[in-house]
Design a protein around this ligand. Structure first.
Ligand code: NAD
Length: 486
């Protein structure tokens, strides 16, 4: 055996200074990552099964935490927090064997004799930063993908929903060792400290503004990155649409969670000729779902509150700004600051420049704009930052195709709202200002995996050796043939 004359290289993996907050936790997770990587599919599926069992056993506690945080109706917690989490876990568990298996690829003639495949390997130690609006589901969904892919995970839940954050902490403590899955509560300071560490992947869900901060932090270590952001998602209703059906779905999608949904229809673009009948249907749907008059709506057990005073004041400001500029309150408009209550509200005649048309609303205000022709709607939407979702209500195949083909958006639903994100086989995510990368199902698994591409050559086969130096006239003849035919 010969001894190298060269000094042994320092490990290439950056080690965070021990003075960093959470450096010890990070080191423990990193030490655990190889063991997780070595686990087989059955072990990962067991973790997922434990997670699903915990959700079902703690259904009441989850409902209670969300009710405490912003009076979220328990039925909405079942439908929009627990059920989609279970769907993700079950789908990942069912498909995991297939996703984790080697995927063989065909061999081109020029590389005849070799075999090629792709095998997914865990990225390693990953960070999930979650927002407050679906504080349980938006932590659980990426967690399921990260576990399925075989990673060690830290979750930083949102500080605005403390009851849910505390519950997530308890869940992790009951189900996993801290070096496998760790929940670290706290606000911006904690997130900032965490972002100094060299994560193998960061999965951030939140606003585009904070998304930019996260992207800068990821750049420091060239960490992998998924950004699930927001934006102004339009719902477009043309004159061929079934107006009652459209209104029922738009009202549900808009006022679910009191409008605090990343994929809620932000504003409505309706063909001018059907605006008034659509408004009548929208009012009717609000009456049916939440109550016949202002007081009944306020007492409704089916309607959540705005998460805190800060967001309440922001939304009240948007409403006031629109009214001051001449917008008409076609429905609702009622406010109660003590309860952070904002009635389901529809605004018409909103002038260009009103803040409600400029920033993501993220609350129960629905501005209704009109258009004459489809190209007008495409031009309006495409002149703005790319939305997370696009909703199209039409019975015309030509209109549907036109709107889907001309408008850029992260995803879309036709004659529906919101539920595109509950389909586990559809990748979910934004584009440009509304996000980077995709989540859910296989796309989520891939976000937390490195798709290692492998080429295997058989020992002794010539391969491309005829092209090795020295370069002669024979090499040049062969190259001419290669460029022409292969
Ligand atoms: P936010 O960006 O304010 O906060 C999200 C997370 O980032 C929280 O955990 C918070 O503690 C952390 N954070 C805040 N400031 C930070 C900083 N300076 N540095 C590092 N981390 C920081 O978002 P939010 O108000 O909780 O959520 C609302 C936004 O999230 C909306 O824009 C909405 O559209 C978007 N959203 C997107 C999706 C999606 O799946 N695409 C889902 C839900 C919400």
């Amino acid at each position: 055996m010969t001894t190298s004359a060269y000094p042994v290289a320092a490990p290439a993996v950056p080690t965070p200074p021990t003075a960093y907050r959470f450096a010890a936790e990070f080191a423990a997770l990193r030490a655990q990552a190889p063991a997780l990587r070595a686990e087989d599919v059955a072990a990962r599926r067991q973790r997922l099964a434990r997670l699903a069992d915990w959700l079902l056993a703690n259904r009441a506690a989850i409902q209670q935490a969300l009710y405490q945080d912003f009076r979220k109706p328990p039925e909405e917690t079942d439908l929009t927090e627990i059920w989609p989490s279970l769907t993700e876990i079950r789908h990942s568990s069912r498909e995991l064997k297939r996703w984790a298996a080697r995927r063989k690829v065909g061999t081109p003639l020029a590389l005849a004799g070799t075999t090629g495949w792709v095998q997914a390997e865990p990225k390693g130690v990953v960070l999930i930063i979650a927002p407050w609006n679906y504080p349980f589901y938006l932590a659980l969904d990426p967690l399921a993908s990260a576990i399925a892919a075989g990673n060690a995970v830290v979750i930083k839940p949102a500080e605005q929903t403390p009851a849910t954050s505390a519950l997530l902490c308890r869940m992790a403590e009951e189900l996993f060792r801290p070096e496998e899955v760790l929940v670290l509560e706290g606000g911006r300071e904690v997130a900032t400290e965490l972002l100094r560490l060299p994560w193998d992947h960061i999965f951030f869900t939140g606003s585009p503004q904070v998304g930019k901060i996260v992207m800068r932090a990821a750049a420091e270590h060239l960490s992998g990155l998924t950004l699930e952001l927001g934006g102004k998602s339009p719902a477009i209703v043309d004159e061929t649409a079934n107006l009652r059906d459209a209104a029922e779905k738009i009202v549900w999608g808009k006022f679910l969670n009191a409008g605090q949904t990343c994929v809620a229809p932000d504003y409505l673009l309706v063909q001018a000729g059907v605006r008034d009948p659509l408004l009548a249907e929208l009012r009717r749907a609000i009456g049916t779902y939440y109550g016949a008059d202002n007081e009944a709506i306020k007492q409704s057990k089916s309607y959540a509150r705005i998460v805190n005073e800060h967001h309440f004041a922001r939304l009240a400001g948007l409403l006031e700004d629109a009214q001051t500029r001449g917008a008409t309150v076609a429905q609702g408009g009622g406010l109660d600051e003590r309860q952070c209550y904002l009635e389901p509200t529809i605004l018409t005649d909103v002038p260009a420049g009103a803040a409600v048309l400029e920033e993501e609303i993220f609350g129960p205000l629905l501005p209704v704009l009109t258009f004459q022709s489809l190209p007008e709607t495409a031009a309006y939407v495409n002149a703005r930052l790319k939305p997370l979702a696009q909703y199209v209500f039409t019975t015309s195949a030509a209109n549907r195709r036109y709107l889907l083909d001309t408008i850029a958006a992260g995803g879309a639903a036709v004659n529906e709202t919101i539920i595109q994100l509950a389909h586990p086989a559809l990748p979910f995510g934004g584009v440009g200002n509304s996000g980077l990368g995709k989540a859910h199902g296989h796309a989520g698994f891939l976000a937390f995996s490195n798709e290692k591409a492998v080429l295997r050559q058989r020992v002794g086969l010539t391969g491309i050796k005829p092209f090795y130096p020295p370069y002669t006239s024979r090499t040049r003849r062969l190259l001419g043939w290669l460029l022409k035919y292969l």
